[in-house]
Design a protein. Structure first.
Length: 171
């Protein structure tokens, strides 16, 4: 019933009756079928703001930013790395924030890390935080499950700030 195939064996060719029937080759596929499956999108390199650059205005990206210069405005990114010589004056919102330099303003991040060279003047709202020995920090720290929601901390701060502003203008 079943017999060993002799197609690949050396020696005399197999007899016609012993040949294994192979299906006819399929019709060639259209060129579009030969295209490889789309590869996962490669991670883009971070946008780097060099040390001789000063940016006035807000920056927003779904990617990564590395700041080595000065930014006067708010930054929203996936990963923000603040270089040792960098200064940011404004609110920072990112999934991951690594501060080696100076930030003057609020920091909101899922993971916030202040290295030993960090200088932060402002509140930090985070899910997890790490502060290395030697880091300078002046402000408050608040843990939230979703610190990236911009409205999460502002309603509590706005009523406290409003009476001061009203009292200052009346006096």
């Amino acid at each position: 019933m079943f017999s060993k195939s002799r197609i690949n064996e050396p020696g005399p060719k197999a007899v016609e009756s012993e040949k294994i029937e192979t299906p006819a080759p399929a019709a060639p596929k259209p060129a579009s079928d030969f295209a490889p499956a789309p590869a996962p999108k490669p991670k883009a390199a971070p946008s780097v703001l060099s040390s001789d650059l000063t940016v006035t205005g807000n920056l927003k990206t779904s990617g990564d930013i590395q700041v080595e210069g000065v930014v006067e405005g708010d930054i929203r990114a996936h990963l923000l790395t603040v270089g040792e010589g960098a200064t940011i004056r404004g609110e920072v919102v990112a999934d991951d924030v690594v501060v080696n330099g100076r930030i003057v303003g609020r920091v909101r991040g899922l993971k916030v890390r202040l290295t030993s060279t960090a200088r932060v003047e402002g509140d930090i709202i985070h899910k997890t935080i790490a502060i290395e020995s030697g880091a300078h920090f002046e402000g408050s720290v608040q843990r939230q499950d979703d610190p990236l929601q911009s409205s999460a901390g502002k309603p509590a701060a706005a009523p406290a700030a409003a009476p001061k502003a009203a009292g200052a203008s009346n006096g």
